[in-house]
Design a protein around this ligand. Structure first.
Ligand SMILES: Cc1ncc(COP(=O)(O)O)c(C=O)c1O
Length: 461
């Protein structure tokens, strides 16, 4: 028998020097848990430093749409770095940022023509709120500044985006945050008020009308924007009920409030279209996006605004007083363009639309397990909700969530060769978001690993 060699040098250095976001360190220091070190990726799979293979069930962090190891994206980035590694887009421009802005504008719905680049999703959300505020000031409605967002929604960690976020536990250490954000219900049908559970349309109408009610309550002349994800990630892939987004659009129009679709996750094929709002057929005033824009090959985000929001910035001395050094980075933009080329050449959106039902049906097989209460989502963006009692939908209590989700499931999934996320920011869910090139082979692999680990998790309740 060979002795366990123990943590590698890299793993120990990660523990001692790499401060990992949202990460508890006590398992590493007190319980000998090793920081996993991932060294290589190809297609839908990644490998650790011991050479073990894992299915990337979360596309990194909802980013690696076209899969790992695409040398054409790497080549485009290298070529751009040799040609022009950096130049800002502050009153100057360079070809890759221009071309990318043009391409994103033409893919975005309606009149969303103005692309403001950021380095990620949280910065895009910040930018959208600041644009909404400055826009209303410039157009003679300076008191419109508040934001309405949905419960349990995650919109990022900068203080403005965190203030818009609807997860109390993530905000509490940093209070007081930016004031003037208000929460309304999300579209979790599984947890809908009982009288609405069997009527998705009525539930959607009810949930949308809560937004109108909140605007009335706060005073329409104080509310600037509603932020929502077309399919909400946190809490586990809440899809919009039929008519919901249309009704929200109607309410925003009625009260002169901007609709901001936070598509940080849902854009770039995750729901089978470049923008999910395009697929759902509702045009927001602003889209925020990031992650899949470069398939994760470079950090890049954007706020894409309607032409009407740009209008006041054409005049006189006006300028949007906001920006980031890395905005429109030439190498990031080159990665994004190469990524979008792959989308077109390989029909990535079409592939997702063709296989999304297979993905859903494969995961729905898990509904025979007592611990699986619900399987939901859209496109390649699915969640499996865990319950302690399927009949009453009773969720795991805090002790069970800690013991089963954190104590067992997170590690067990990985040990079985599946990288994904067991999350309890809302009710406990396992989130699955594989690279968009995945097909039945990966769906089956995900189902088999989940079946083994969730069966054991059920025994541990
Ligand atoms: C909907 C949504 N908005 C914003 C963010 C923040 O993005 P970033 O981490 O790139 O700042 C995320 C990140 O997961 C997200 O899912």
């Amino acid at each position: 028998m060979t002795a366990n060699p123990g943590p590698s040098r890299l793993s120990l250095a990660a523990r001692d020097h790499l401060w990992m976001p949202f990460t508890r360190y006590s398992p590493y220091y007190d319980h000998g848990v090793e920081v996993p070190v991932i060294v290589r990726g190809e297609g839908a799979y990644v490998w650790d430093e011991q050479g073990r293979r894992y299915l990337d069930g979360l596309s990194g962090l909802f980013t690696v749409q076209v899969g790992h190891g695409r040398s054409e994206i790497a080549d485009a980035m290298a070529e751009q770095a040799r040609e022009l590694a950096f130049f800002p887009v502050w009153s100057y421009a360079h070809p890759t940022a221009i071309e990318l802005a043009e391409r994103l504008a033409s893919a975005a719905p309606g009149n969303l023509e103005r692309v403001f680049f950021t380095s990620g999703g949280g910065e895009a959300v910040e930018s959208a709120w600041k644009l909404a505020k400055q826009y209303f000031r410039l157009t003679g409605r300076p008191t419109k500044h508040k934001v309405i967002s949905r419960s349990v929604a995650y919109h990022g960690t900068p203080q403005g985006a965190l203030s818009i976020t609807g997860i109390p536990g993530a905000k509490e250490p940093f209070e007081p945050l930016v004031p003037s954000t208000i929460r309304v219900p999300n579209t979790n049908l599984y947890r809908a008020p009982e009288h609405l559970r069997d009527d998705e349309k009525a539930f959607g109408r009810w949930a949308a009308d809560r937004i109108g009610e909140a605007i009335e309550f706060e005073g329409p002349d104080t509310v600037a924007a509603v932020f929502l994800e077309p399919v909400q990630n946190s809490g586990g892939c809440f899809t919009p009920p039929p008519g919901y987004l249309e009704r929200v659009r109607e309410i925003c129009d009625e009260y002169d409030v901007l609709l901001v679709a936070d598509e940080t996750i849902t854009a770039f094929g995750r729901i089978g279209d470049t923008f999910a709002m395009g697929r759902f057929g509702v045009t927001p005033d602003i889209i925020t996006c990031a992650k899949g824009m470069t398939s994760g090959y470079a950090p890049m985000g954007a706020m894409i605004a309607g032409e009407h929001l740009f209008e006041p910035f054409r005049d006189g001395t006006n300028a949007f007083l906001h920006g980031f050094t890395w905005a429109g980075h030439p190498v990031g933009a080159a990665a994004a363009l190469a990524n979008l080329d792959i989308f077109e050449r390989e029909g990535i959106n079409e592939h997702v639309r063709e296989h999304e039902e297979d993905f859903r049906r494969t995961l729905e097989r898990l509904l025979d397990l007592p611990i699986v209460g619900d399987v939901r989502g859209a496109g390649y963006f699915m969640a499996v909700e865990l319950v302690q009692d399927k009949a009453t939908r009773e969720t795991l209590n805090t002790e069970q969530a800690e013991r089963v989700l954190r104590g067992y499931l997170s590690t067990a999934l990985y040990d079985h060769g599946l990288y994904c996320r067991a999350d309890d920011r809302g009710d406990p869910v396992v989130q699955l978001s594989p690279p968009l090139i995945s097909d039945q082979t990966q769906f089956d692999e995900i189902e088999q690993i989940l079946r083994a680990t969730l069966t054991e998790a059920g025994n541990l309740l």
